[in-house]
Design a protein around this ligand. Structure first.
Ligand code: SAH
Length: 219
């Protein structure tokens, strides 16, 4: 079954515009991030029954105990990764889910790799990205804790599930001058920004967040 890209028609265009206004009010300043969020039809990435809620600032269920991240968190993470840099460069996303965040990233950079460990979700991400004609994202079915060694190094790594500690393979696959943003912790989670400099990895602790856990192995 295919859904037309116009989908909910004018309603979705209007609610998407409202989502952008809300992101501005919440403090998102990067115009290119806002434009990328405005360009991706989020309602096409969620179950049809939830499409009318796609532009609310909330996480929504994707099935398999997973959720699509709330718009503010997607925008905020990408804004932090872009701040003071020319661009995102070659980007790796861990936890592709339905492919929404990968689609937003693909609006902002040419090379996006996204890894997912739940096969039916990966299949859905593939269909969703094809439906919006986004062919720039390379999807891989794998345990993202090990990154994608054959495509490394990455200028940007963004992790959409919370780990107890930074996966060492991801540190190794971060390019010199590159940036990684990931949620750390279990009950108490916060975002950590890691910058790889010539002499060291520099870590900065940011906002408190709530993500699903980063799990091992494949489903
Ligand atoms: N970025 C997604 C949000 C997905 S929620 C979106 O826009 O829809 C987090 C995702 O991380 C889930 O789909 C979950 O299956 C995935 N995940 C958790 N642990 C993982 C791992 N080790 N490797 C790859 N994906 C993982």
């Amino acid at each position: 079954m295919t859904r037309s890209v116009t989908g909910l028609g004018m309603t979705s265009q209007r609610t998407r515009t409202r989502m952008i206004e809300r992101l501005r009010e919440q403090g998102i300043r990067d115009e290119q991030v806002l434009a990328a969020m405005a360009a991706v039809p989020r309602h096409l990435f969620v179950e049809e029954a939830l499409a009318s809620r796609a532009y609310e600032d909330t996480a929504l269920p994707l099935g398999f105990s997973q959720t699509i991240s709330q718009p503010y968190v997607v925008a905020r993470m990408i804004e932090v990764l872009r701040q003071g840099r020319a661009g995102l460069g070659k980007t790796l996303e861990i936890g592709a889910g339905c492919g929404y965040q990968a689609a937003v990233l693909a609006q902002l950079t040419h090379e996006v790799y996204a890894v997912e460990r739940i096969e039916p979700l990966l299949a859905r991400a593939k269909l969703n990205l094809r439906a919006i004609k986004q062919f720039r994202v390379r999807l891989k079915y794998a345990d993202g804790q090990f990154g994608i060694p054959e495509a490394a190094p990455f200028d940007t790594i963004i992790v959409a599930a919370a780990a107890p500690a930074v996966p060492p393979a991801l540190l190794q696959q971060l390019a010199l001058g590159g940036r990684m943003l990931l949620p750390l912790g279990s009950a108490d989670q916060y975002l950590v920004l890691i910058e790889r400099r010539a002499e060291a990895y520099v870590e900065t602790r940011l906002d408190g967040v709530r993500f699903v856990p980063l799990l091992s192995g494949l489903e």
